[in-house]
Write a protein that binds this ligand. Structure first.
Ligand SMILES: [Zn+2]
Ligand SMILES: [Zn+2]
Length: 349
């Protein structure tokens, strides 16, 4: 779409200033990106207001900073790191199905090229696991000299007898591996889709869930620390200027509400990570065809707490990991009640 086409309605509305602005910054012509940018600016402004008012009102804090600068320096460092983490998460890729498919197809092209020019199998560089598939047979097939198409790769992740057309996204026209979902806000299919975060203006999926968790963690820590500063100020100055105390109390109330929300979100996502679930799978469990019929307390994709944690923390954003659906045998094994021996041998880990 040309800029002139984008600006057309604004020209009709006789707003040349707005049109000139869109010509300079084409990204602002998209209403969705504009609202996302406004939200980001609002979030930065809220952060600056909370910290700015603190330093503006609290003379003791400024005095203490002069005496012991390291304490305030660590706080300000946390403030900067949190904002950086926010922006990095908001622009990070959640792991799009189309990108994973392209990676697989490119690998096939590379392999075909190397096999026509040389009898040697694909080099370790070409054959490196850019896309990993959990479960030994697929890993062997994919990392070896065999080339494999995306459709075949996805079909093998489902139970035998499944028709691939059932898992083809009608919007992207691409075969979705298990746990992937089309996001209507991003208009793309996302691997291990968790949710679309309005505050970040980005999807949370396989490749940025870890970043999102760290952002929640840093934001919670920042809220707690700011709350401590506010309470200390109130303790020392509540009897002096009432309007300053009123502003601080108002900010402290909103901060406490945000903190409760953040803490709950952090705990919820920690639970999801430990059990290898996503928000979408938990909320829409009965609506997702491949999760229907699985007992409520069984986590079908869980590989044990330690392995789930390891996979989550050590997942590299350049690698797409595809998980097959668990077999009936695996589900039965996971549904089995815990015995004393299971507890001793740490079956859940
Ligand atoms: Zn899609
Ligand atoms: Zn999205």
């Amino acid at each position: 779409m040309r800029i002139a086409d984008i600006c057309h309605p604004f020209r009709a509305a006789r707003n040349p200033a707005m049109c000139r602005c869109f010509e300079m910054f084409p990204c602002l012509a998209d209403p969705a990106r504009r609202s996302s940018l406004c939200l980001k600016l609002a979030l930065v402004a809220i952060h600056l207001i909370y910290v700015g008012i603190l330093f503006l009102f609290d003379g003791d804090l400024v005095e203490n900073t002069k005496k012991e600068p390291w304490y305030t320096a660590i706080y300000l460092l946390l403030f900067v790191v949190t904002l950086i983490q926010y922006f990095v998460t908001s622009i990070s890729s959640p792991g799009y199905v189309l990108d994973a498919m392209r990676t697989v197809n490119e690998k096939n092209v590379i392999y075909r090229k190397t096999s026509t020019t040389s009898n040697q199998p694909a080099s370790s560089k070409n054959g490196s696991l850019i896309v990993t598939v959990d479960g030994s047979p697929m890993v062997r097939k994919f990392s070896g000299s065999d080339s494999i198409s995306w459709s075949k790769l996805v079909l093998d992740l489902y139970s035998p007898g499944t028709a691939i057309r059932n898992w083809t996204c009608p919007y992207c026209n691409v075969e979705q591996p298990p746990r992937a979902k089309h996001c209507h806000d991003c208009d793309k299919c996302v691997l291990q889709f968790d949710h679309h975060c309005v505050w970040l203006g980005n999807c949370i999926g396989q490749n940025n869930h870890c970043r999102f968790w760290w952002y929640l963690c840093e934001e919670t820590a920042l809220c707690v620390w700011t709350g401590i500063f506010y309470i200390s100020y109130l303790k020392a100055h509540i009897a002096r200027l009432w309007w300053k105390a009123a502003i601080i109390i108002l900010l402290l109330v909103t901060l406490s509400i945000s903190l409760i929300f953040l803490l709950l979100l952090l705990l919820f996502h920690s639970y999801l990570i430990l059990t290898n679930q996503t928000t979408y799978e938990l909320v829409r469990r009965r609506r997702i065809p491949y999760l229907r019929g699985i007992p409520e307390r069984v986590y079908p994709f869980s590989k044990g707490v330690c392995r789930n944690l390891f996979n989550f923390c050590c997942a590299r954003s350049s690698i797409y990991s595809l998980e097959p659906l668990p077999t009936r045998q695996e589900i039965e094994e996971k549904s089995r009640p815990f015995t004393c021996l299971d507890v001793i041998t740490c079956r859940c880990c």
